[in-house]
Design a protein around this ligand. Structure first.
Ligand code: ASP
Length: 342
């Protein structure tokens, strides 16, 4: 018999561990120990499971970088003791947290699987049990004594995705997440099928390192037809603003009016990092393909390629927190660090 696999579940909150108020029907987080009580099947898994809970579990709308640091700190503390980690989290901001963690946990050599559910674990038709049980199984997978998954993943409704490629796409369906620009890294059917060719691997010999400095002096501006000069002016005059994501149309296109281009150029000259990310859930920015993005390219706006907004904003916080120099910022942002862009 091989050595037992140890899995740590970290419960942060979200629907998966919520109960309905018997009268109002309002969902509220409850004591995590009851989550385990609800799944006696966990006892049948071929691994040792321990769990730890946030003192005050939260709806994921309340999540912020302080919570991300708390999760990273727990993983750092228990990294040596456990073979894999399963993070239970509300689905609303799961892609943000999981993307942030992918940058914070550099040279990760073990699985960190985020999951949650659309219905509470106690509901008859819940999706929580399958999501949790399969996440634990995925976190336990080993080959030649090494974890099969060595990255931050997000498991929901039969699919394991690279977390920093995901977006919450549906507030109703059990299949709540999509990864439009990268295939699922594992699928659960009759068998658990891992897509080995798509797994992320750290560079050989690199040591696990946790980064906890995040800089939140960032903003996202989703452009829209009719966007006013005053809106852009307001955003660009935010004190301390260091980086801006411009969510553009299609393949990275934006209006060509001179006030817009001049204001962006001016902000850039003053040191603001501006990243072009498409508002489309799938596909990539290709600056210069259309006239409507040629000026952005010429201005040397950072090319977000096929990155999601969730990964882009957390990558900015990470790079700014790591004091990345202005000179190399564009090159480093445009380089895939954790498989977040193609
Ligand atoms: N509002 C919940 C949350 O994100 C929804 C969920 O858990 O799926 O915490």
């Amino acid at each position: 018999m091989g050595k037992p696999i140890n899995i740590l579940i970290i419960y942060t909150g979200g629907t998966i561990g919520m109960v309905r108020h018997y009268k109002s029907g309002v969902l509220k987080a409850f004591d995590f120990r009851k989550v385990v009580e609800h799944i006696p099947e966990l006892g049948q898994l071929d691994c040792r499971i321990h769990s730890i809970s946030f003192k005050n579990p939260v709806d994921s709308s309340e999540m912020n970088p302080t919570h991300w640091i708390a999760i990273a700190t727990l993983i750092e503390k228990y990294y040596g003791q456990y073979d894999g980690f399963v993070v239970l989290h509300g689905s609303d901001t799961m892609s943000y947290t999981a993307s942030a963690l992918s940058f914070m946990l550099e040279n990760l050599g073990k699985p960190v699987i985020f999951t949650g559910s659309q219905l509470p674990i106690g509901d008859l038709r819940t999706d929580a049990k399958e999501n949790l049980i399969t996440s634990i199984q995925l976190a336990s997978l080993q080959k030649n004594g090494k974890p099969v998954i060595q990255e931050v993943g997000l498991y929901f409704e039969y699919k394991l995705y690279r977390a920093n490629r995901t977006t919450k796409l549906n507030a109703e369906h059990f299949q709540a997440f999509g990864s439009m620009n990268y295939p699922a890294i594992a699928e659960s059917g009759v068998h658990l099928k891992v897509n080995h060719d798509f797994l992320f691997r750290r560079a050989k010999g690199k040591k696990f390192k946790v980064h906890k400095a995040l800089d939140t002096n960032v903003a996202i501006l989703k452009i829209f037809p009719g966007m006013s000069k005053n809106l852009l002016k307001g955003i660009l005059s935010i004190p301390e603003l260091k980086a801006l994501i411009l969510e553009t149309y299609g393949a990275g296109n934006a209006p060509t009016n001179s006030w817009l281009l001049e204001m962006l150029q001016d902000a850039k000259a003053k040191g603001l990092h501006i990243v072009n990310v498409t508002q489309c859930p799938g596909g990539s920015v290709i600056m210069g393909r259309y006239k409507t993005s040629a000026a952005l390219k010429e201005m040397k706006i950072i090319d977000g390629g096929d990155i999601t907004t969730e990964a882009a904003i957390t990558k900015l916080m990470y790079l700014l927190g790591s004091k990345t120099s202005s000179k190399t910022f564009k090159t480093i942002f445009e380089t895939p660090l954790r498989g977040e862009m193609s």
